[in-house]
Design a protein around this ligand. Structure first.
Ligand code: IYR
Length: 220
C-alpha cells in the first residue's frame, strides 16, 4: 500500500539568494580536508548524535535506510580497534596491496601506523546492512545498499565539517575485525570507519589540488 501523501515543505528562493547560498556552500565544502592527526580534545556526544541523524536523512533504496552507525568513545575499545587495524594494515602495506596501489598512495604518504585510532575522541563505524529482517524474523532483501551507504557517508562528512569537526574516510582492509570487536550481526558489513574529532595542533595536509570543473563535467 502506498504511504499517505503530505505537502512537501519546499522553500522557493529568489535566484540571487540561490546563487549566494550555492557559493557559500561550495566555499565551505571546498575548505574540507581529510585529517590524519587528531587531538584528544573531547567532543560532546550530542554533536555525534546530530551528525549521525543528519547522515540518516540520506535517500536510500526503497527507503530501507540500510545503515547502522556504531559510535565508539570507550578508550579500551579504541585501543583494540587500533591494534587490529594496524595488524591488517601491516599485512596490506607489507605485500597484500599491489605495487601500483602503493605507488598511488605515495603522494598521500599513508602507512600502517594508525595512532589516531587511539587518540581521537570518537570512532564512528558505518555498517552497511546487506539484508535485513521482517518483524516475523524472516529475511528481507535490501536494495542499492552500497549507493545508500555512500550517500549517508557523504552527508555524515558534510555534517561534521559544517559543525567544525574533522574526519577521515578510513578503510582498514579487510574490515571483518570490526564486526567482531563491535559485535555486529552477519547481515552487516563495515563500510567506512570515521575517526571524528579536532585536528591536532599544527596539523598539515597534503598540498593536493581538486580537479577543475571542466575535468569533471560534460555538458550536452
Ligand atoms: N587502508 C589503508 C590504505 C589506504 C588506501 C587508500 I585507496 C587510501 O586513499 C588511503 C589509504 C590505510 O588506511 O592506510
Amino acid at each position: 500500500m502506498p504511504l499517505p501523501r503530505i505537502p512537501y515543505e519546499f522553500e522557493a528562493l529568489p535566484e540571487e539568494e540561490m546563487r549566494a547560498r550555492a557559493e557559500a556552500f561550495y566555499k565551505k565544502m571546498e575548505a574540507r580536508r581529510s585529517v590524519r592527526d587528531f587531538s584528544d580534545r573531547p567532543v560532546p556526544r550530542e554533536l555525534i548524535e546530530r551528525a549521525i541523524q543528519t547522515a540518516s536523512t540520506a535517500p536510500s533504496g526503497a527507503h530501507i535506510q540500510p545503515w547502522t552507525f556504531v559510535a565508539v568513545s570507550d578508550p579500551k575499545l579504541k585501543l583494540r580497534i587500533r591494534e587490529a587495524a594496524e595488524e591488517e594494515e601491516r599485512t596490506s602495506y607489507g605485500g597484500r596491496m599491489s605495487e601500483e596501489w602503493l605507488e598511488a598512495l605515495e603522494p598521500i604518504g599513508t602507512d600502517a601506523n594508525k595512532p589516531f585510532l587511539e587518540t581521537v575522541p570518537w570512532i564512528v563505524v558505518l555498517f552497511a546492512q546487506r539484508s535485513g529482517f521482517r518483524e516475523d524474523g524472516s529475511k528481507r532483501k535490501h536494495y542499492y545498499v552500497q549507493e545508500s551507504c555512500g550517500i549517508a557517508a557523504g552527508f555524515f562528512i558534510a555534517a561534521l565539517h559544517e559543525m567544525g569537526l574533522a574526519t577521515l574516510t578510513h578503510t582498514p582492509s579487510p574490515m571483518r575485525f570490526l564486526s567482531e570487536l563491535l559485535e555486529r550481526p552477519s547481515n552487516e558489513a563495515a563500510y567506512i570507519l570515521f575517526p571524528v574529532g579536532y585536528p591536532a595542533d599544527g596539523t598539515v595536509v597534503p598540498d593536493l589540488q581538486r580537479k577543475p570543473l571542466e575535468d569533471v563535467v560534460i555538458w550536452k
